[in-house]
Design a binder for this molecule. Structure first.
Ligand code: FE2
Ligand code: FE2
Length: 203
């Protein structure tokens, strides 16, 4: 059985269960955001000829821990032995992505590295991102409720220069936002940006 077929079956089996879980644990506003991200991610997957089932499953699960309180996220991150940065302690909300991947593993038995990476790095990004993870990251940042001017520019970059450049632009735009707000920059985002630049140069 091919990986794509296996993931397709897994998605068909898990989708109703995941949707039920999302509806019972997240606000309707969050569920609507997830729906938009799934739609966007599927569109990008089609355009880039990536596995649409992996992308859908990852996008569907990406914000599974988004509404978990910060203190609980820190507790779960410790329990799961995740690397916790000083910025995670100051703003534990950013852990929702990394904790979410652990919850997806535990609750829905997700084992696929790309699907888990898409959940894990959808907010801060990280070095060595797979294309599937990049698509989820991009879909989260460019779904229709996000700032039009920024998303249109990112989409033009995607059309003209490809996925990596669009992700780099998204990272830069997130960094500018954080800096403008006078907040601390998470080292994972800086590492992701440095990696991406080397990765683009190598291509
Ligand atoms: Fe998120
Ligand atoms: Fe999201």
């Amino acid at each position: 059985m091919s990986t794509r077929f296996k993931v397709k079956k897994q998605l068909e089996r898990l989708k109703p269960e995941i949707q039920k879980w999302l509806k019972s644990t997240l606000t309707p506003k969050r569920c609507a955001h997830i729906e938009r991200v799934v739609k966007m991610a599927k569109k990008y997957a089609k355009k880039l000829r990536l596995d649409p089932y992996k992308v859908e499953l990852s996008a569907l699960l990406h914000d599974i821990s988004k509404e978990t309180p910060g203190i609980k996220l820190l507790e779960l991150a410790k329990k799961k032995r995740l690397k916790i940065d000083s910025i995670d302690r100051i703003n534990p909300h950013v852990l929702h992505a990394r904790v979410g991947a652990e919850i997806a593993k535990e609750k829905f038995k997700i084992r696929d590295r790309d699907i888990l990476a898409g959940i894990r790095c959808h907010t801060l990004a990280e070095p060595d991102m797979s294309k599937i993870a990049m698509v989820v990251f991009l879909a989260d940042a460019t779904e229709p409720s996000r700032d039009k001017k920024t998303t249109q520019s990112i989409k033009r970059t995607l059309e003209k220069y490809g996925l990596e450049w669009a992700v780099l632009q998204t990272i830069d735009s997130k960094l500018v936002d954080v800096i403008k707000k006078g907040k601390r920059v998470h080292p994972l985002t800086v590492e992701a940006r440095n990696w991406l630049i080397s990765h683009i140069r190598r291509k």
